[in-house]
Write a protein that binds this ligand. Structure first.
Ligand code: NDP
Length: 254
C-alpha cells in the first residue's frame, strides 16, 4: 500500500486560477485526485480547468466565489457539496499582498489583507469541515508564509494575517482531530508569482533573497507538491496542527 496515495480523492484548492494555488492543484491532479479549481472570474477559472484537464487527464472542475464574502462562501460551498460531494481535501490558498509602511497603511487595505488571507480560511473551512467531521475523514491545509515568523518593512498586515493563519491552523486542528480531520499549514518562502512580480523583477531584491536563503535561490512552485501530498494523504493521519516551512532554510537562520 502506498501511504501517499490520493487517487480518486476530491480536492478543493482556493485561489487556484493561477500562481501557487494552480501549481498545488496541478500536483494533486497529477497524483490522481479529482480537483476543483477556484478563483473570482468564471471565465478564467473555467479556462484554467479546461487546460489542466487536457494536460493531466484528471477530472477537473471549476467554482467561483469571493473568499472574503462569508454568505457567498457558504452558498457556493453548499452548492459545491450538492454537486460534487464533500471534498476530501481542502487547501486554503487564496491570498493577497499589499505594501505600504505601517503608518501609511490604509485601513481598507488592512481589512482586505486580513479578510483575504485569514478570514477566508475560517469561512471556507467552516462551510466544509462539519461535513468532513460527519464523514469522519478530511484533510485541510492552510497556506501560511515565512512572514508569519519573519517581519519585513511595508508588510505588517500581511505578516499579521499569516501569523493568524498559523494559529488558526492549531486551533482548528484541536477542534477537528477527534473527527479524524487533520489541519496543517504549509509556509512557503519566496516563489515567483503575480503576487510578487515587482520583487522578482528587482535585482536588489533577488540578491537579498539569494543572500538571506541558505539554499541561495527562490523556490520553484513544484517544490511545494511533496509536502502538500504528504499532508493530504494517509501518511499524515496522526499529524495535525503543524506548520511546515518550505523555504530553502530561510526561517532556520538569522
Ligand atoms: P497570486 O496573486 O499569484 O494568486 C492569488 C490567488 O488568490 C488567485 O487565484 C486569486 O484569484 C485568488 N484570490 C485573491 N483574492 C481572492 C478573493 N477575494 N476571492 C477569491 N480568490 C481570491 O498569489 P500566490 O500564488 O503568490 O499566493 C498564493 C498563496 O500563497 C497566498 O496565500 C500567499 O500569501 C501565499 N504565499 C505566497 C508566496 C510567494 O512567494 N508567492 C510566499 C508565501 C506565501 P483571482 O484569479 O480571482 O484573482
Amino acid at each position: 500500500m502506498n501511504p501517499f496515495d490520493i487517487s480518486g480523492r476530491l480536492a478543493l484548492v482556493t485561489g487556484s486560477s493561477r500562481g501557487l494555488g494552480h501549481a498545488l492543484a496541478r500536483g494533486l491532479a497529477e497524483q490522481g485526485a479529482r480537483v476543483i479549481l477556484h478563483g473570482r472570474s468564471p471565465q478564467t477559472v473555467e479556462q484554467a480547468a479546461r487546460a489542466l484537464r487536457d494536460e493531466s487527464g484528471a477530472e477537473v472542475s471549476a467554482v467561483t466565489f469571493d473568499v472574503t464574502d462569508a454568505p457567498a462562501v457558504k452558498e457556493a460551498l453548499a452548492a459545491l457539496i450538492e454537486t460534487h460531494g464533500v471534498p476530501d481535501i481542502l487547501v486554503n490558498n487564496a491570498g493577497l499582498q499589499r505594501r505600504a509602511p505601517f503608518t501609511e497603511f490604509d485601513p481598507a487595505d488592512w481589512d482586505a489583507v486580513l479578510a483575504t488571507n485569514l478570514s477566508s480560511a475560517f469561512y471556507v473551512s467552516r462551510a466544509i469541515s462539519p461535513a468532513m467531521s460527519e464523514r469522519g475523514a478530511g484533510k485541510i491545509v492552510n497556506i501560511g508564509s515565512v512572514q508569519s515568523m519573519l517581519a519585513r518593512q511595508t508588510i505588517a498586515p500581511y505578516s499579521a494575517s499569516k501569523g493568524g493563519v498559523a494559529m488558526l491552523t492549531k486551533g482548528m486542528a484541536a477542534d477537528l482531530a477527534r473527527f479524524n480531520v487533520q489541519v496543517n499549514c504549509i509556509s512557503p518562502g519566496y516563489f515567483r508569482t503575480d503576487m510578487n512580480t515587482a520583487l522578482w523583477q528587482d535585482d536588489d531584491f533577488n540578491a537579498w533573497v539569494e543572500n538571506r536563503t541558505p539554499a541561495q535561490r527562490w523556490g520553484e512552485v513544484e517544490e511545494l507538491i511533496g509536502t502538500l501530498l504528504y499532508l493530504c494523504s494517509g501518511a499524515s493521519d496522526f499529524v495535525s496542527g503543524q506548520n511546515i516551512f518550505v523555504d530553502g532554510g530561510m526561517t532556520s537562520v538569522v
